[in-house]
Design a protein around this ligand. Structure first.
Ligand code: ZN
Length: 280
């Protein structure tokens, strides 16, 4: 799934290419693509795209008076669409602009159909669904605020970081990378990390995001997960680049927690009681 660095760099590329262009129409290509009934998308017709922003893992196509909020979920992509074919593969929705240039096309491969578009008044976009529930941006939260959130909700730090209501923008990959940089166990309880732990996590988050952004900004399109650089994520069985110990995994049904025992758990190998242990 695209996380904050991928979405941010993609928003910057789309702003570069599409800002200032006039929206001619918005075309849902499936019944489920548009999640809102009003305001109507045609309120933006004839208006220039102000920019493409980001909040958490969402892309924001900002017009006056409405903004299109786009969530890519697992397999969604917002693509530059030069062909504008009648039935594009995996097509969910299309933004057509008022000149001969390309359109923007939301696609989602697979059958889950979870990517979507919300049309929201621009002046309320940050406080309306679907963005209203998001926590502060992970990359800019202050240590004191993170410490307060740790104290409010004691849970495993890996789950806390991935919960968009705690902090926004972090997914499975970044959570693994942040905790490795912070030298904190993915199973550590947030209620016990305190101010020092929060400060460490803030620094690690900024470093991991900066590394991800540097990579994504050097690309012409959004990376796929397997291409993204990382120290532990997706590196089960490989040596830790910091200490040389073997990167370990705890498998869950939807994701993998990767960590280095020497760097993060005092050498302890975390219990992996799931059926997929033989795949490690
Ligand atoms: Zn290590």
């Amino acid at each position: 799934m695209p996380e904050m660095p991928e979405v941010q760099a993609h928003a910057e590329r789309l702003t570069e290419e599409f800002a200032g262009r006039t929206l001619r129409r918005f075309v849902p290509l499936t019944f489920t693509a548009l999640k809102t009934a009003r305001p109507a998308p045609d309120e933006a017709y004839g208006q220039p795209l102000l920019d493409v922003g980001r909040r958490g893992k969402y892309l924001l196509l900002r017009f006056e008076p409405v903004t299109f909020v786009v969530h890519l979920m697992q397999g969604g992509r917002l693509l530059v669409d030069t062909k504008q074919s009648a039935k594009p593969r995996g097509g969910q929705a299309r933004w057509v602009f008022g000149d001969d240039g390309p359109a923007l096309l939301l696609t989602e491969q697979g059958t889950e159909r979870r990517a979507g578009v919300w049309c929201v008044p621009t002046e309320d976009v940050l406080t309306a669904l679907p963005l209203e529930r998001l926590g502060p941006e992970a990359a800019t939260i202050e240590p004191s605020e993170l410490a307060a959130r740790f104290a409010d909700r004691s849970m495993r730090i890996h789950g806390f970081l991935r919960d968009q209501r705690s902090v926004a923008g972090v997914g499975r990959r970044l959570a693994n990378e942040i905790l490795h940089r912070a030298k904190i166990s993915p199973f550590a309880m947030t209620g016990k990390l305190g101010a020092a732990g929060a400060a460490t996590v803030v620094t690690a988050t900024r470093d991991a995001v900066a590394a991800g952004l540097a990579y994504e900004r050097g690309r012409d399109d959004m990376s796929s997960s397997k291409d993204r650089p990382g120290r532990v994520h997706g590196r089960t069985g490989e040596p830790c680049p910091v200490c040389g110990d073997t990167v370990r995994a705890v498998e869950y049904s939807g994701y993998t927690v990767n960590y280095c025992p020497t760097c993060q758990t005092g050498g302890k190998v975390l219990a992996d009681n799931t059926t997929s242990r033989f795949l490690r």
